[in-house]
Design a protein around this ligand. Sequence first.
Ligand code: EPZ
Length: 419
Amino acid sequence: MDKIVVAGGPALQGEVRISGAKNAVLPILCATLLADGPVEIGNVPHLHDVLTTIKLLEGLGAGVVHDVDGARVTVDPCSVDSHVAPYELVRTMRASVLVLGPLLAKFGAAEVSLPGGCAIGARPVDLHIKALEALGAEITVEHGFIRARADRLRGGHVVFETISVGATENVLMAATLAEGTTLIDNAAREPEIVDLAECLIAMGADIRGAGTSRIEVRGVAALHAARHAVVADRIETGTFLVAAAITGGRVTATAARPETLGAVLDKLRQAGADVTIEGDAITLDMHGRRPRAVDIVTSPHPGFPTDMQAQMMALNCVAEGMGTIDETIFENRFMHVNELMRLGADIHIDGPRATVKGVARLSGAPVMATDLRASASLILAGLVAEGETTIDRIYHLDRGYEHIERKLSALGARIRRER
Ligand code: EPZ
């Protein structure tokens, strides 16, 4: 079981190139099933979840060429001969449920193992199912499987009672080949949904309003081969900017998309960082200062992203003053708190609110990663804790960050991976 060892130390300095977004490339890989020819995807990050999704597509019979060095994946769905997403894959990656909409729309049938919950919550899929039923799908859930069928999906009006990124993506993909027009109200507005829509439009889909809470999709008879480059990862960007802020350093994130993380940049400025933007580069300069505590309330985009909550908590742990963090999206996304407290953090939890009182110094200790973003927050805290911090179970980290220790070392961090 790999571990990461971080030694507290210098302020980070330098440039880091941002990779393609995990939460965009996963739905986009699933969307390739809708095409009548090969779809070539560029700027693909080298992540464990990408490898899992490729395995899933190959298991369905698709032809996949993965050029790792070229950060490119080409999927040819013409050889798909199965509509079953098996338990052994789905249980390792919930995003596998995103093949449901494409399989249903293209082949009229889909069997997807019910994704289990994970460390951060129960993660139900009821909104996915209800939305697809609104397009005429017949869906049963039994023996741990979602079984869906539809002769031809027809356009419908979907109104989400809760905003859901995945459910919006599933029904958006399904609607592209449905007969007639689909209206999706209370749709999620994340940049990854805009990126998915841009890929689908390149494939010939007729979509308006992606990125707003009302998306209109006019069904077409078929989608064709296309090329698409994945949007930069706003959460990876935010994570590296917090690394600069927590160490008092100066880091420039290049190949980024500043317009996708406005709420995060605002909070970093509130914490006392100088943040400047030049094209696709964001520079955060902390001038050696200690951060000021900030209050965070997570909410759907364009609000403060829940995927940056753990990272900002690490910043608050060493900030001046007291900051509150309200997690409104997931019911159990404070798993990093106990581990941060092992490093000397002063955090009090009361239901969905964590109150963090900044301390002058953290002290290194062995800690355990519980989920993807919790792992990142432990690394960030380790960058400034006295002595060494050893983070166990970092397979969580490899799901969502491409070569994180290589990128942090290049910025001056004292970090190594131990087998
Ligand atoms: C996506 O998960 C992301 N994953 C998550 O990123 C992210 O935290 C989340 O959106 C919120 O932004 C991918 O894109 C692969 P939701 P998703 O459906 O789609 C409830 C990371 O760290 N809900 O928007 O699963 C759900 O339980 C990961 O990169 C239902 O009740 O999130 C949650 O409380 C973690 N029923 C809320 O909605 C449903 O059918 C928002 O979930 C679906 C969701």
